[in-house]
Write a protein of this length. Sequence first.
Length: 154
Amino acid sequence: MKATRAYQLHVEEEEVPVDISSLIDVCFLLLIYFLVTATIMPRESDLDLQLPTPGESAAMEDLVMRLNLETTGAVSMAQESGSAEPLDTDGDSRSLPLLKDRINLMQMAAAPNELLVQIDVEGDASHQRFIDVMNCLSETDVAKVSFIDRGEAQ
């Protein structure tokens, strides 16, 4: 029994070195994977909107363009007859080429006045689609934008 105890005293516990280089490699690969698979969102355009002061009235009447943003992501332009002309119906598309073309036409028709765009957004419309419409307005230099209250519109 003494020998066993003496043997136990002389045996030193060796620390086994842990090789963490493979763990670092795995972490690095995961970082690269997430960087590559992450979608890069385009930078939002700055909106140069100027809100009118109360009681301010324009000497000349601006041309009004009324846009409807539906729950499906479709963007349409309201006509005076009450019908809506669809402009961009693909809710997944971030660019709105038909809307840009229509805004450019309306701006030429409104010259020398500015184009006033009124936006009627359905309650369940996607926030990203709303930002896409606002970016389109910013890219076409529309500075006068107003929002329609559904309670007043109906």
